[in-house]
Design a protein around this ligand. Sequence first.
Ligand code: ZN
Ligand code: ZN
Ligand code: FE
Length: 762
Amino acid sequence: MKNLKKSTHIHTYLIEVKGLVQGVGFRPFIYRLAIEHGLKGWVKNTNKNVLVCINTNETTLKRFIKEIQSKSPPASDIISINHTKTKSEIFSDFRIIASSDISDEITEVSPDIAVCDDCLEDMKIQEHRISYPFLNCTNCGPRFTIIRDLPYDRANTTMSGFTMCETCRSEYYDAGDRRFHAQPVACNNCGPEYELIIQDNHIRGINKILKQTANLIDTGKIVAIKGQGGFHLACNALNEEAVDRLRKSKYREGKPFAVMFRDVESIKKYALLNSIEEQEIILWRRPIVILKAKKSLAYPVSSGLKTIGCMLPYMPFHYQLFELLKTPVIVLTSGNLSDEPIIIDNKSAVKILRPITDAVLIYNRDIYNRTDDSVVMVVNETPRMLRRSRGYVPNPIRLKFDVNGILATGAELVNCFCLGKGNYAILSQHIGDLKNFETYTFYTESIDHFQKIFRMKAELIAHDMHPDYLSTKWAIEAGLKKTAIQHHHAHIASAMAEHGLDEKVIGVSFDGTGYGDDDNIWGGEFLISDLNDYSRYTHFEYKPMPGGDMVTYEPWRMAVSYLYSIYGEDFLDFKLPFLRNIDKEKLRIVVQMLGDKLNSPLTSGAGRLFDAIAALLNICTQSEFHAEAPMRLESAIIHGIKDSYPFSTGKTIGFSDTFKSVLDDIRKGTSEGIISAKFHNTIIKVVEKTVNSIRQETGLKKVILSGGTFQNRYLLANLEPALRNFGFDVYAHSLIPCNDGGIALGQLAIAAKRRESEESEE
Ligand code: ZN
Ligand code: ZN
Ligand code: FE
């Protein structure tokens, strides 16, 4: 009786909700929930949290908090809800009060959210939004791409130049409306507009634009379309000529193009889609999901690879376009030339994309933060991030230790940087190859944007050990305290950080290149590692790379390097098919380089071994895009093969016996698909054997798999269960990329731990 009395007594409670709760429709959600419960008080955003103040009793409070947790908007992510009794105050209604900017502490910024079903419906029924392509609500629309600063209010976004009309204004201030405090709220009368430029014709009016655009694409033309995070180039993915032309004009020889399908049903006609893949592809984040092809699109879409990168519409315009398009699928690739960053501004689009397209579609709202489409694959029923950008950035990775004030500058070829704020690691969007000048500018600008948006000033810089990486040079020029981190140690630490591990583990780090602490190029590494330090247990044996970086364009050089190391010049008489494609003079020079040990840095890179096998099988002797040879080698695999090849272990792991057996198989006429499967199985055996030895010696049983080589589905799909069968706990990536796009997180974690141990020494 006493308790009951206590729980019905009315108090004033202050509830603090932390996590991703801004820009995701959280305040209107709280408002509606409060009204449902008949509560009075207020809700507000600060740049630290969402605060709710109510008059209620303990029983209702508990029920209210429970429902905040269970009914929260899809893009929100609550980390904690705390409540306290506060100074008694009596409220007469429930209201949303203005944001207050109270500190430098972080409030999360939402990634962009695909248009919701309610908004798609409103495009058909709301008078002022009939066919309006920039409609949005508290549950959907652009976020990160338009945010310049916090708190997330219209004035701090690129919508600031658009004045709301009376109707939008009344919705914005009406607590019962779906667009109550939806910052980018807009309609046909007041919001951004598209403009289609065909040669010198400027076409306005959404209906005319849609008709023309659909017609252009259906008749085999190429259109540049301004998207959420940058421009896309679009054409009919079933029209070989159009796709081929697009490929040539982009200077992107063989790299697969992503496609957008009308709907899930159309995807199922062309690709295999399991239930987890389906969940990923319909997610509000709308990534590109790599699927196994079932029926082919125009050949040049994926140039012979057996997978297709598929996504679904996510902007209102995409839906509108598919209503008119005859084709169920379009190529939608980033609007840039080869390795440059995706174009975001109208001027550059007109200048650079108009000459290579038939029309350019722009709109008059700026993109502030550039984002590419994100890319995910599903392996062993787990989504695996391959490129993390639109829809994911800037969601933080939550760590158990303090990373505040640390900036990790990432690697070079697939760069992302990472910022530490409190216990949060905020990984930047995919930046790209820093060697490209425009990309480097994008990199430095984004570092500035992030420091500003997240109110963080770097005090400690973590960077790769590679002296020539531009991210290392940036770190040196910053003139701050810094710490250099070995590439593969960072890979392992990134997976540890993702999984909240802070202990000694077995690190298996396979990739193409990373600077080693013996000045050689590493990439087939077995480390014993924690977040502070590592030791190198063993690695793939070193092989010379004749011509240095040239091997990444000409994988045949690695095949020659392996063969030369086993047979000397005798291999030239083996009549190997792949050698027929090689320029005789080039081959002579390469053999001479190997003989004289000239211009041939040493590598233990797994990527180089895959290159060598792919070239030896004549699957890929020249590479047109990054990691083409390993991708084609994987694509060639015939499934269901259990055999593998011999290899040697000792101080290092040797593959001479592997090559000898591969040559035997080639001579016997064994198919390349079987050889490829046996080779992949060999790598799995190598890992099994080595981690078992490490466990025997050290007792460690947690195995981390990281590095770009684990983008190989076959390898990951088979290795994870194989190691689990041996009783290992296996940790591979899911939320962040296993490639160099995830490395900055590892750098950040290592730098933080080093700082911690330094401080405890003092
Ligand atoms: Zn909506
Ligand atoms: Zn309006
Ligand atoms: Fe790497």
